[in-house]
Structures are given as structure tokens and as C-alpha cells.
Unconditional design. Sequence first.
Length: 598
Amino acid sequence: MAVGCSFVGWPRVGAQGTEYPPSLTGLRGNYPAAVDAFGPMQRGAYRQFPALDVDTREVYDLVIVGGGISGLAAAYFWQKALGPNQTILILDNHDDFGGHAKRNEFQYNGRTFIGYGGTQSIATPYPYSYTAKRLIEDLGIQVERNGEFAARDAFQKLDLGPAMFFDKEHFGEDRLVAGNGRLPWPEFFAKAPLSDAARKHLIRLYGKNPDYMAGLSVEQKTAKLATISYQDYLLTIANMSPDALPFFLGQGGRNNKRVDTTPALEAARRGSVGFNGLGLTFEEEFRESSYTFHFPDGNASIARLLVNRLIPPAIPGKQTMETIVQAPLTYERLDDPKSAVRIRLKSPVVRVQHDVAPEKSRSVRIAYLRDGKVHGVRGHHCVLACYNGLIPSLVPELAARQQDALAYGVKVPMMYNNVLIRRWTAFQKLGASNINAPGMYHTNTSLDPGTTIGGYRGVTAPEEPIIVRMVRNPNKPGLPRREQNRIGQHELLTTTFKQFEVEIRRQLGRMLGGGGFDPAADIVGITVNRWPYGYAYTYDTLGDPDVAPEDRPHVIGRQRFGRITIANADAGAAAFTNQAIDEAHRAVLELFVLDGLT
């Protein structure tokens, strides 16, 4: 077998011969078997509570649907408040816990390389709540020490930085130009394959702008910018040549907002070009209070620290921020009958129902699939820490208004692909550590040196193997954002790993060929983290109604229903780890209030 194939990185075997999910390569994230049940669920296959093939006769104090950070945090808050003897079952449809906080591992030449396949870091532009901050501190994570572990010095010493790849389909020829954001913009654009009109207009926009909205007050400008897209602003107000538009196509804001779906006001707030002559000022949004910390596996280490506290036999010993990255994990101990807290993987829940009328019920029954059969358990309480869009199918007894609210936000599709390469000398020769490619399949490609923490060592030399991270957020320009998300979801669900692999190899070859990169020889492992159900949907001023906070869909959707509460980032309409934690805390508190415990 050729070394350049994508099957290098064989599954590592854990204790007792069990499969070790983080080392699986190929198609990961929302891999096919994890989401196969979603289609039948949404078509009403389980609207009537299904007959059980296996009644486990298990009864728990709390059953949690979803083993992501929100579900794990809910279990943690419950146990911390009510004690270690409380019985908790967490059911998840994937073969690993953590949700979007996904850990990827590669084994190559006797060395383990760890990457993140989803949630990247403890980071938010807003302050962590007391609750979220306390949980992070309880786990022993000291975010102020982030600088001790970051492994970016190698890039600085080699003078590597951002680059942009101009593809022939959009710019007439393939050309990689390093230095965007570091070179003077006229010098950078002089090297780019642009028409004279595009170059002239981009130099103007990236320089000192005139007031393109002269005659309007600041309030009038702000109001206008909230109603138009950044693309419309550039073309109709800043009078940019359409020839320059391809330069902006791959640039986006949070949650897959691109140039055509980002409100111009939002673009101005984040410092995008074209606004510096308008006389607008924006307050710094709490950055002095924000948290930033990055583990080699992203926030998968947070999930592992939570599991260490909830199910110590699975990850033995009191783990710390410095030991958790390499701490051994025995997956078969996650669902140990002797443990008060259990995590049952590969178990998609298809139906949740109160025993009797919600206001009178003392328990909830849950049906889930396992090994092709319908299993059933009961819980005195239930937290749905899964995707909002699935909840109307899980609990069809919900009022129509709540079901509509839960279905409103369309999760943002995304791909975080990790590619292990033999060496990164091609990046060094080209002067690039990360590459923006506005017209390509993956819009961003970056070297991930990892974090040197505990016994794990990040990458420092170009001759060493390294993980290359490639990001894609599929969309359909010109349509409303929610519709773009639906189309992107469908694309990811219907694309095979082989097709993804071809795109990865082709793009790396085109971008890095000038540095001597050979995809057939230099790629030694590929893990595609496919997330059709990715980021939580967030609102904007273009596509969402302006309503009172209490009338927003995520607030209506997360209301308690009998002994069932809802915890996930969707319930906060914000794609941040701290939001997932806060929503877990709220969901647990609602059940405590129901039982008169607070």
C-alpha cells in the first residue's frame, strides 16, 4: 500500500481490545451511521412511540440525550448539586462523546499527532458567565496560561504568515501570493492576477476611504447599513468594480456569513474594509474579559475532563489541564453498570415521551436504536442536549408554536478536515503558514503545530510531519442564509469520502505545488470532519425579524415541557462552548425548580 494513501493512521486499540474512535480516519464528524436515523425521524417514522425490541428495565434519575459539552455539563451540574449517588444516563448517536468537540489522532513513524475536528478553543468575544467560568476553573483549566503552551514561535522564526491563493477559474491563473495583511496593500495587489479595474478598486478600498455615505447622520448610516449586505455596500455604495468581487467571496463572518449574507453593519463592526471614512465608532466588545485557551484537540479536552469527573474509571486519576491530553481512556468503561453515571454511545434516540400527561407524569420514557433494535429506558427527568431541529420529531406532543420555534434556526454546515503531511517545507518555501483561497473548495488552509502541554509536544521544524487543517463552509450565494445552510447540509450529506479526498489532494497540489509539494507522496493521512449539523444558528438584521428578546425562536423553543428540558448551544442562539454550558445549567435548574429543590 502506498504511503500517500488516506488509510495511514490505522485505528489504535484501547484497553480490552476496544476500538479507539479518535484514531479513526476517513469520514468522521456527523459520519453516516450517526445520522442515518434522522431522516426516518423527521418523516414521522417514530411519531407513535415504537414497540421495544429490548426493554432494558433501566430507570435513572436523569437521562440526557446528547453527549456533547452541553450534555456532559448538565450531568456535571446535576451530580454536583445532588450528589454522586444520582444515576445518570447519557445517550449519544456518535461513537465518541464531546459532540462538535472532536478529537482526531494520527499515528505516524511512532509518533502521535493530535488535532481538533470541531470546536477549536475556549474563546468568545464576550465574557464568560460566572457559571461557565466556574466550571472551567473546577476542571483545573487556567486560561491565563495559554501563552505558555502555544506553539506558534516556529512560524515567527521562519517569517511565515498569511497568503492568498488566486485560482484560475476566478482570477485567470493559479497563483499564490504571500503577505496579505503584512505587505503594503498596493504591493500585495501588484503581485496578484487581477484586472486593472479590480486592482485599482481594491487598493482604494484597502486604503483610506472617503465618506461613501456623506450627507447622512451617524444614526442614518447605521440604520442603512443594518438593512443591506456587505456585498451590496461594496458594489452600490462604495462603487467597487464587480471585477473585484471574487476577492471577497471566500471571506466571511461568524457562522458562514459570507459577503452576500453578512449585514454591512456587522462587517463594519468587525473592521472590514471600506468603512473607515464613514466616521463610525464601535465600542470594544468586552475583549478584556474574554477567555482564550487552546488544547491540541481543541475543546475535546474539556469533554474529557468532564468525563474524568463523572466516570473516573474511564479516565483514571484526578486529571489536570496538563495531563488530560495524554491520559488513557477506556471506552468500554463509559457504560459500566457499576457506575452511577453512564455514557452509551452509538445509541441515537428516536422518541421521548412522558408516561402520562406532562403535568402529572413522574417519569419519561426514551426509545433509542442500538445494533438495529429499539431499546427503551426511563428517567425521572430528561434533558435534551441534542440539536433543536430534531426535538419536534423526538417530542411531537410539543405545542405547534414551540415546534416551529425549534425548527426555525438551521444549523450551519461546516467541514474541518485534518490532513497529516510528511513535512511542511513547501509552506516554508512559499512563506505561508495559512492560506485563504476565496474561489476554492476549501476557503482556508492552515498549519496546525499543536500545543506543547504536559508530555505532548507540538511541531516546531519544517522537516517534521504536521497536521494541515482545511475548512469548508458550503453555501449557495444569492439565497437567504437559512436556505443556503439547508443546501450546504444536503451537499455534505450526499458527498462521499472519496470525493472529499479528491478535492483535498487537488487543492493542496495546486496551492503548494510551487513549493515542491506532491500530494501522492506527502499526504500520509486524511480525516474529514463532516458537520452538516454544525454551528448553532445566530440572528442577523437581514434575514431575521426584529422582535423582543423573549419572542425570539430560541427562547420560545427552549421552554420546559413537563419533565423535559432543553440544553444546547441552539437554545442560546450562539455557537460558543460557554453558551452550551450556560444552557445546560439553565436546563438543570428548571428541573430543580420543578421538584421544589431551589
